[in-house]
Design a protein around this ligand. Structure first.
Ligand SMILES: [Zn+2]
Ligand SMILES: [Zn+2]
Length: 144
């Protein structure tokens, strides 16, 4: 098994799931009550919003990724080798374009809470996308 295939398998493993969850619990901006709830139930409170270490907005768990800052300790990462990032900031870290909702959130035009229920008002999103485009310029997409 090559390193890449091994890494892909690792990302699907129970070990990584536990490790990345622990990283979120420690560095995702949870308060004491939320940590206690996680400790007791193994779940995040429905109301828990996790803070992206890059943009510092808070998002529901499904919009949060745990990113490797480097691969020196791959398969036995320490807390400081990892970062709690929202999907948009994570895309940018990997040289990919961030999704439109992320640009709207960063521009203060969309409350991340609206994303929690997968409700992005489409008319507003399209209309305001132009404003964001003016603000930030086009996404610089990388090939591949
Ligand atoms: Zn972010
Ligand atoms: Zn990453």
């Amino acid at each position: 098994m090559g390193v890449s295939a091994e890494y892909e398998t690792y990302l699907q493993s129970r070990v990584w799931r536990q490790k990345s969850t622990l990283k979120i619990v420690l560095d995702g901006g949870l308060n004491a009550l939320e940590m206690l709830y996680w400790h007791d139930t193994g779940r995040f409170m429905p109301s828990t919003r996790i803070r992206c270490e890059q943009c510092e907005y808070r998002y529901k768990r499904r919009l949060i990724n745990v990113h490797h800052l480097h691969y020196r300790n791959i398969f036995h990462e320490k807390r400081e080798d990892l970062a709690v990032l929202c999907e948009g900031c994570h895309s940018i870290c990997h040289g990919k374009a961030a999704p439109m909702w992320w640009h709207l959130v960063q521009a203060g035009q969309l409350d991340p809470e609206q994303l929690a229920n997968n409700v992005v008002p489409i008319a507003v999103a399209v209309e305001e996308a132009f404003a964001v485009y003016e603000l930030t310029g086009p996404d610089r997409r990388m090939s591949g």
